[in-house]
Design a protein around this ligand. Structure first.
Ligand SMILES: *[C@@H]1O[C@H](CO)[C@@H](O)[C@H](O)[C@H]1NC(C)=O
Ligand SMILES: *[C@@H]1O[C@H](CO)[C@@H](O)[C@H](O)[C@H]1NC(C)=O
Length: 284
């Protein structure tokens, strides 16, 4: 803006002054939120009966969104704007208390998903186990956006992802990743539980809990043919059929070629607490 104007003022002519005002307005618009019409919007919603502290971390070469972490009180949502080709992950942190360490330092502030004790993760990935929303956005002409939900490192909360109807997805139903049929923490085997005050707050994957190649799809098990899941991954699958229950889970839902400009990431998309009371019970 300053550059345009200094040029205008020194010219001393009337018409350039008008031009200057126009350029100043355009610069303002370009620097303001208006330019974000070119990007993608994630509405990060919290339907859990408690606050969550969602976080996101970019893949290499992509920017940090919204400081990398923020509070979303129960029943609220936060609008996060991303570049149209953003790649990275979202997860939720639970049981946070940033007062204890002033929001800085390496001591964990959250019971799950913690990023070095900070509210704004600033690009750091969270501590597993945590349910991960993995996104690879490509809004605009071309291949479209894709995303999935992964329990490869374990689970802390159920989450769903959907495209906002009317924002560009030809068929929003193809852009939906469902939540869970039940809360994994309620069925987590003791050897995989993460507990706090005797409550199960997260559930490790078998890979995270035992570190064996057969569970982690590494070494001799680094192919889909050799890595076919386990009794543990099936437990995840039964609770959350849409998610990746292990690295080579071919039955997971992957939303692909979604051309929406706005998406909703909802933590605890369905009912919470207690057992579902019908066959077609609401989802967690
Ligand atoms: C957070 O931590 C501080 C300092 O340890 C403590 O005084 C406070 O009660 C905690 N808040 C909650 C909600 O647990
Ligand atoms: C956030 O990360 C960037 C890049 O690593 C770094 O330059 C910056 O100082 C960090 N900001 C804070 C508040 O930690």
């Amino acid at each position: 803006m300053a550059e345009h104007c200094s040029r205008c003022w020194t010219s001393g002519a009337r018409r350039p002054l008008l031009f200057c005002a126009l350029m100043a307005l355009l610069s303002f618009l370009a620097a303001g939120p208006f330019v974000l019409a070119e990007g993608i919007v994630f509405h990060v919603a919290n339907r859990c009966p408690f606050p969550v502290w969602p976080a996101s971390a970019p893949n290499t070469g992509h920017p940090v969104l919204a400081g990398g972490g923020f509070l979303v009180p129960q029943g609220k949502s936060k609008r996060v704007v991303a570049p149209a080709t953003w790649n990275g992950r979202f997860w939720a942190r639970t049981g946070c208390n940033f007062t204890a360490n002033g929001g800085v330092g390496a001591a964990a502030a959250c019971l799950t998903g913690d990023c070095e004790g900070r509210l704004a993760c600033n690009g750091s990935v969270g501590a597993p186990p945590a349910t991960l929303v993995e996104v690879s956005m490509h809004e605009g002409p071309g291949k479209g956006s894709s995303y999935d939900v992964s329990l490869v490192d374990g689970y802390n909360l159920p989450v769903s992802v959907s495209a906002v109807p009317g924002t560009g997805a030809a068929d929003p139903s193809k852009c939906a990743i469902a939540g869970c049929a039940r809360d994994v923490n309620a069925v987590c085997p003791p050897e995989m539980q993460v507990t706090a005050k005797s409550a199960v707050v997260a559930c490790k994957s078998a890979c995270l809990a035992f570190g064996l190649d057969a569970f982690c799809c590494r070494g001799a098990y680094a192919t889909p043919a050799a890595c076919r899941g386990s009794v543990y991954s099936r437990l995840f699958k039964d609770a959350c059929p849409a998610y990746y229950s292990y690295a080579y889970d071919t039955t997971a839902t992957t939303a692909s070629a979604c051309h929406a400009r706005e998406y909703v990431i909802t933590f605890c998309p369905g009912r919470w607490g207690g057992e579902p009371d019908g066959a077609a019970a609401a989802q967690f």
